[in-house]
Write a protein that binds this ligand. Structure first.
Ligand code: C2E
Ligand code: MG
Ligand code: MG
Ligand code: MG
Length: 278
């Protein structure tokens, strides 16, 4: 990189860069063909009412398993999908499939659940997003109130006025809106009150030490109280231990999602669990 770097060092650096570049190129190819090659699928992670202990919904999480590289982590492939724009196509596939799955459950006679789908800022900022969403709702026949779109704070922060307009049109369609990874990056407590959102998801990083760190538990408490004061419900993400659950219960958190209850599941596994609790 710089001229005074030794030649060996330069070569090493170059080599790892090249490896990463190659891997990214392969992943890009995998993503490009993922739908056609059936290498994309969904796992669903249950969301539990903290008081009744019942499943109220589940989050759809994108999975890619390729013949070439095996199972890929979203933390690796989502950024590549976003940079390349392929997230638009893949995200639409996930949205459609998740809506179809949830509508199918209703038709099979299950009590209705809310399915949550992550929406990238790249998707939502494309013109035609609302039209696409409207089309998916009609095509799958899912009642809009059983679909929740998860967007992150940073999606909103990039343009607050536009965001409010956009969120309002989403609300007009009747879908639910959830603010994902809340508390990371920007502290948007200020304008939270001006946005039409239904759910707020406290990021796992605040939940991790909630039973050990007084500051984190106070932050969670403040977030929950503020959310409730504007009629927004709160999901705690990444709950793993009973100690965390106790604190969240004491602070009046509404819903939990985490390994303490269940990891993301294959659809058939989710169905088996729903059957056992129906
Ligand atoms: P996210 O939306 O915040 O999803 C929650 C992540 O936390 C998931 O990781 C989930 O498996 C993980 N998680 C849940 N409970 C626990 C727990 O108790 N312990 C631990 N250690 N982890 C837990 P995953 O599936 O790897 O997804 C990572 C991120 O990738 C998601 O974070 C989301 O930002 C993105 N992503 C996943 N699917 C999609 C998609 O369809 N579209 C878009 N745009 N992004 C997606
Ligand atoms: Mg999410
Ligand atoms: Mg999250
Ligand atoms: Mg997250």
């Amino acid at each position: 990189k710089s001229k005074d770097t030794g030649k060996n060092k330069y070569t090493l650096f170059d080599k790892s860069m090249e490896d990463e570049l190659n891997r990214n190129t392969i992943i890009l190819e995998i993503l490009r063909g993922a739908i056609e090659n059936n290498e994309i699928y969904i796992k669903y992670q249950p969301q539990i009412n903290i008081i009744t202990n019942k499943i109220i919904g589940f989050e759809a999480l994108m999975r890619i398993k390729s013949g070439k590289l095996g199972e890929l982590s979203p933390s690796e492939f989502i950024p590549i999908a976003e940079e390349s724009g392929l997230i638009v196509e893949l995200g639409e596939w996930i949205l459609k499939e998740a809506c179809r799955f949830n509508k199918n459950l209703m038709e099979l006679g299950y009590t209705p659940y809310i399915v949550s789908v992550n929406i990238s800022s790249v998707q939502i900022n494309r013109t035609g997003f609302i039209t696409m969403l409207d089309h998916v709702l009609k095509e799958t026949g899912i009642p809009p109130k059983y679909l929740e779109l998860e967007i992150t704070e940073s999606t909103i922060v990039s343009s607050i006025t536009d965001a409010v307009t956009l969120l309002n049109s989403l609300q007009d369609l009747g879908v639910r809106i959830s603010l994902d990874d809340f508390g990371t990056g920007y502290s948007s407590l200020n304008y939270l009150t001006s946005m039409p959102i239904n759910t707020l998801k406290i990021d796992k990083s605040f939940i991790d030490n909630i039973s050990k760190n007084r500051k984190d538990s106070l932050i969670a408490e403040a977030i929950i109280q503020l959310a409730h004061s504007i009629d927004v419900e709160v999901i705690a993400e990444g709950v793993e231990y009973n100690e965390q659950l106790s604190v969240l219960k004491a602070k009046n958190c509404d819903i939990i999602q985490g390994y303490i209850y269940s990891k993301p599941l294959y659809p058939s596994r989710l169905l088996a669990i729903l059957d056992s609790v129906q």
